[in-house]
Ligand binder design. Structure first.
Ligand SMILES: Nc1ncnc2c1ncn2[C@@H]1O[C@H](COP(=O)(O)OP(=O)(O)OP(=O)(O)O)[C@@H](O)[C@H]1O
Ligand SMILES: [Mg+2]
Length: 478
């Protein structure tokens, strides 16, 4: 498409080429100057002229205006996204509109949305499109789906995740957040200190303090998973462990104390006993387990006390990498167990930089098995290569911020459901706070959204040396 300099069209915008019966929906994915034959010669001539004949400015035939106009003409590279006929959009794009008789106009996102069946009625307002109109995605578009938010550092990923989380909570949904930087605890508050959500809807859990489990409530399967994957317990020792566990379980004596005595008194090879003890001590000293019933965290209670949704924010900052993995695995297995027994409704899981605490095997589990039970994950990461290609293929929604690095760009453009040209060209030029939405939530019509500010107290900021009011404590010699 050729555009004159007056026409305000940007990369990501939609156009429509209309014929009487139907119109073709086009999206601008790139732009460049129109290279007309001889344009360089013309420019050179002009340079020479203006240098040699200074002061000659009269141009009675206005030749320069036309030539500047031509030189400022742009070619808009477009992709066909579908056909609108009788007010309905279909993905058919296998025809070409007439070059002479069709008329080309901007198609506002609002009108584009009007041409497709709405996905739901619970809108989460995330920003604006076409410079002024409000843009929302339906909460339903995250329901039962896998979502990825990615972009380079400090592009606004967590910011968007918080907008989505608050939107879900407004719609009485349940969420669990794995929070690495203590950013999500204040999700229920506004900057001025007032409540954006009822305060009991958000609960911050610090592993080892407000988040402890009892052995009995965790159960054998998650514990053996933990022992074999996170603590690398060999198979022979694991078998003995299972026997000890079962014996204690039959006697209804599953406590840390009785497990220790159980291992001590178990008749087995010394190496096996050592291996058992080493793991037992790791578990016991992690602070994640307790024998005392009132120190245990009851997940099911949280759900039954919050009838209208709520968020559990598991604070992973200041938790050792090993404990992080253990907490995450225990939480996930508990959630899945309760979902399997239909004790709790489905939950949305917000996982920031999940590669830091999620075992490889768990990724697939999350997007296949766990999703079927009702764990719908939103992955947030600045390392798109941390999420495998296999997983991207299952992803339903992608929120893409700017990437300038070629290898990251290549990866996300390959992985996303839109064509690689579009993704590469648009994402490379995305200004800060703007985001390209792909996938189910926008019904596979890529849309560039400028994300709203978010009203919550500042948190999760990277600490700085310069600019932070630092209180230095100077050690005094005694
Ligand atoms: N749409 C927006 N409007 C106003 N402020 C924004 C917007 N998006 C992000 N910010 C601000 O920019 C800063 C960086 O955003 P954020 O922490 O969400 O980035 P990030 O991508 O999660 O960074 P990191 O990779 O470090 O986790 C924050 O202070 C945030 O408040
Ligand atoms: Mg972040």
């Amino acid at each position: 498409m050729i555009a004159s300099p007056r026409e305000q069209v940007r990369v990501g915008d939609y156009l429509v080429a209309a014929e009487p019966q139907r119109s073709l929906v086009l999206q601008v994915y790139d732009e460049r100057y129109l290279d007309v034959e001889g344009i360089e010669e013309e420019r050179a001539r002009e340079e020479v002229l203006s240098a040699s004949a200074q002061g000659v400015t009269s141009d009675p035939t206005e030749m320069t205006t036309i030539s500047t106009l031509i030189r400022d003409m742009r070619i808009l590279m477009c992709k066909a996204r579908g056909t609108i006929s009788k007010g309905r959009l279909t993905p058919r794009a296998n025809w070409m509109p007439s070059r002479t008789s069709s008329s080309v106009t901007r198609l506002m996102v609002e009108d584009l949305e009007g041409a497709v069946e709405p996905l739901g009625v619970r809108g989460i307002r995330i920003g604006s499109v076409d410079s002024e109109s409000v843009f929302s995605i339906p909460a339903e578009s995250l329901d039962g789906r896998i979502t990825v938010i990615t972009g380079r550092k400090e592009s606004g990923k967590s910011h968007l995740a918080k907008i989505l989380l608050r939107g879900l909570l407004d719609n009485d949904a349940y969420s669990v957040v794995f929070d690495l930087n203590d950013e999500y605890g204040t999700i229920g508050q506004r900057k001025d200190g007032t409540e954006a959500l009822p305060s009991r809807k958000v609960m911050v859990l610090r592993p080892g303090r407000d988040l402890k489990f009892s052995l009995a409530s965790v159960g054998l399967r998650p514990i053996t998973n933990l022992l074999s994957h996170s603590l690398e317990m060999p198979g022979t020792s694991l078998r003995e462990f299972v026997k000890i566990w079962e014996q204690l379980d039959n006697r209804d004596e599953l406590t840390l104390a009785s497990l220790e005595t159980g291992i001590q008194q178990w008749r087995c090879n010394e190496f096996v006993r050592d291996a058992l003890f080493a793991r037992f001590h790791t578990l016991a000293s992690s602070g994640l387990f307790t024998d005392s019933p009132h120190q245990q965290f009851d997940l099911q209670d949280f759900f039954s006390l919050n009838r209208f949704g709520g968020a559990l924010v598991v604070s992973l900052s200041g938790v050792s990498p090993l404990n992080r993995r253990m907490v995450v695995e225990l939480m996930l297995s508990k959630i899945v167990e309760l979902l399997e027994r239909r004790k709790i409704p489905p939950v949305f899981l917000f996982a920031e930089e999940a590669h830091l605490y999620l075992r490889d095997t768990y990724w697939e589990d999350l997007i296949t098995r766990m999703r079927h039970f009702g764990v719908f994950t939103v992955f947030v990461t600045n390392q798109p290569d941390a999420i495998g290609q296999k997983i991207y293929r299952q992803v339903d929604n992608i929120f893409l911020y700017n990437f300038s690095n070629d290898s990251d760009l290549g990866l996300v453009s390959q992985a996303s459901m839109a064509d690689a040209d579009t993704v590469k060209a648009i994402v490379r030029t995305l200004p800060p706070r703007m985001c390209l939405l792909l996938g189910h939530a926008v019904r596979n019509l890529p849309i560039v959204v400028s994300i709203d500010p978010f009203d919550s107290p500042a948190s999760g900021m990277t600490r700085r040396f310069f600019g932070d009011p630092v209180e230095l404590v100077v050690p005094t010699e005694t």
